[in-house]
Design a protein around this ligand. Structure first.
Ligand SMILES: C[S@@+](CC[C@H](N)C(=O)[O-])C[C@H]1O[C@@H](n2cnc3c(N)ncnc32)[C@H](O)[C@@H]1O
Length: 238
């Protein structure tokens, strides 16, 4: 965990550049759309692993209120800059500093794979959600493409290549079945699992444009080729 925190502290000042260009904006926007679709609008949201507040901003733009939590002080600082009227705090997903039933909605984008104890994190998410509250998590999925990423990152680290998210962080690439089991074991009902993202921001043109065109087809018909898995659920009413 210390290593992930250090990494994001170090790259916090350049993190947003990753999602600034045409491909980055599309890639992250597409993930935000997927997550937003599974949450109530206009509620009170906690974003776990909020980074620089990209989803916090989106939730607020749709009429809600939001709090972001992240293990990296540097990322939280940028979140505060982006959304000065929202609450941000430094903390870890498996020990959320909020009282039971505080939130109507809980989101986590591209952060869950880093969490060393996903069961504990989901127990905490469940605890801080109000009865009837909804959770949506989008994270790295296990696919034919992503199975070699940890090895690539390990090699990059050895030869000193640096970049956002590049490193050997012991991150976990989830299958649909793993996410469904974790959500159900945590007590969530109405659990749905989908895949998103085929047009990855690292693809070069014209492959990116082509991937974007076929993305809806991939997500629907060949979902095991999409890069991220999105899980959603609901805390029972009582
Ligand atoms: C790839 S970034 C995603 C940030 C943001 N959610 C987004 O979509 O832009 C991953 C974030 O997860 C945070 N993170 C990693 N492990 C965490 C943990 N155990 N608890 C809270 N945040 C964590 C990192 O500090 C980093 O800001």
């Amino acid at each position: 965990m210390k290593k992930v925190q250090q990494h994001y502290d170090e790259i916090a000042d350049v993190y947003d550049e990753r999602y600034d260009g045409r491909r980055g904006r599309y890639y992250h926007g597409h993930i935000r759309d997927h997550v937003m679709r599974n949450l109530p609008k206009g509620g009170f949201l906690l974003d776990v692993g909020c980074g620089t507040g990209l989803f916090v901003q989106r939730y607020v733009e749709e009429g809600g209120r939001a709090v972001g939590l992240d293990v990296s002080q540097g990322m939280v600082r940028h979140g505060r800059g982006r959304c000065p009227d929202c609450g941000f705090c430094v903390g870890t997903a498996d020990a959320l500093p909020f009282v039971d039933g505080s939130f109507d909605a809980l989101a986590s984008l591209l952060a869950f794979s880093y969490i060393p104890d996903p069961e504990a994190a989901l127990r905490e998410c469940y605890r801080v959600l109000a009865p009837g509250g909804r959770i949506a998590v989008c994270t790295l999925s296990r696919t034919v493409f992503t199975s070699i990423v940890p090895l690539v990152y390990r090699i990059s680290e050895r030869i000193g290549l640096r970049g956002v998210g590049m490193g050997d962080f012991d991150e976990h690439y989830y299958t649909n079945a793993e996410m469904a089991r974790l959500f159900r074991d945590a007590g969530f009902e109405d659990v749905t699992i989908s895949r998103c993202s085929f047009a990855h921001l690292t693809l070069v043109e014209p492959i990116f444009t082509l991937a974007r065109k076929v993305e809806p087809f991939i997500e629907k018909r060949l979902p095991y080729l999409a890069y991220n898995v999105c899980a959603s659920g609901k805390k029972p009413e009582n």
